[in-house]
Design a protein around this ligand. Structure first.
Ligand code: 5GP
Ligand code: ZN
Length: 161
């Protein structure tokens, strides 16, 4: 599938078979509705961005005007939370100051929520940028990771989030 050449702005050649969807829709059955709505996709355009999908679904723990927070699907510790700008941007370097404020505000709220649930002894806050930086979801996000005394042998070793 020549997906790399197919983008929202350049949907590639269309064979106008009546009743048949465009080339774009046939090669992108999952992302079609999102593409059609102008919704951003993961750089691998065969997959919609999981965080944009979650934001669109409304299934988030908290939100403010520019950001949302939800639990990590594969938590590295109990309470592991992701705080994400609502706008699809690739990394924290692409987040503007207003968004950063809102992201930080949700980090503070999430911290209080997690701390109310269980005895937390410490925290890691981090973000991975780029494949080489360990980023697997290419929608900017900050990891809020509660730490528990004795959870790993050497607490200076930050979890690979
Ligand atoms: P990264 O490796 O990009 O810094 O972090 C991506 C994080 O997103 C990982 O911790 C992973 O467990 C989490 N994750 C991946 N897909 C989903 C998803 O569909 N929903 C949620 N809630 N978390 C996800
Ligand atoms: Zn996204």
């Amino acid at each position: 599938i020549p997906s790399a050449t197919i983008t929202k702005d350049d949907p590639g050649p269309r064979d106008a078979e009546p009743g048949v969807n465009s080339t774009l829709e046939r090669v992108l059955p999952v992302g079609t509705a999102l593409v059609a709505s102008g919704h951003p996709l993961h750089p691998d355009v065969t997959k919609p961005c999981p965080f944009c999908l979650r934001i669109a679904s409304g299934d988030v723990e908290s939100r403010n005007s520019l950001a949302v927070a939800f639990r990590d699907q594969y938590p590295v510790s109990p309470g592991h939370t992701l705080v994400v700008p609502s706008r699809h941007v690739t990394s924290l370097f692409d987040v503007d100051e207003e968004e950063l404020k809102e992201v930080w505000s949700l980090i503070g709220e999430a911290k209080l929520r997690v701390a109310a649930e269980r005895q937390v002894d410490g925290w890691n806050i981090g973000t991975n940028i780029g494949d080489a930086g360990g980023q697997t979801v290419h929608h900017a996000h900050v990891h809020l990771i509660p730490r528990y005394r004795g959870d790993v042998e050497d607490p200076e070793v930050v979890y690979a989030a």
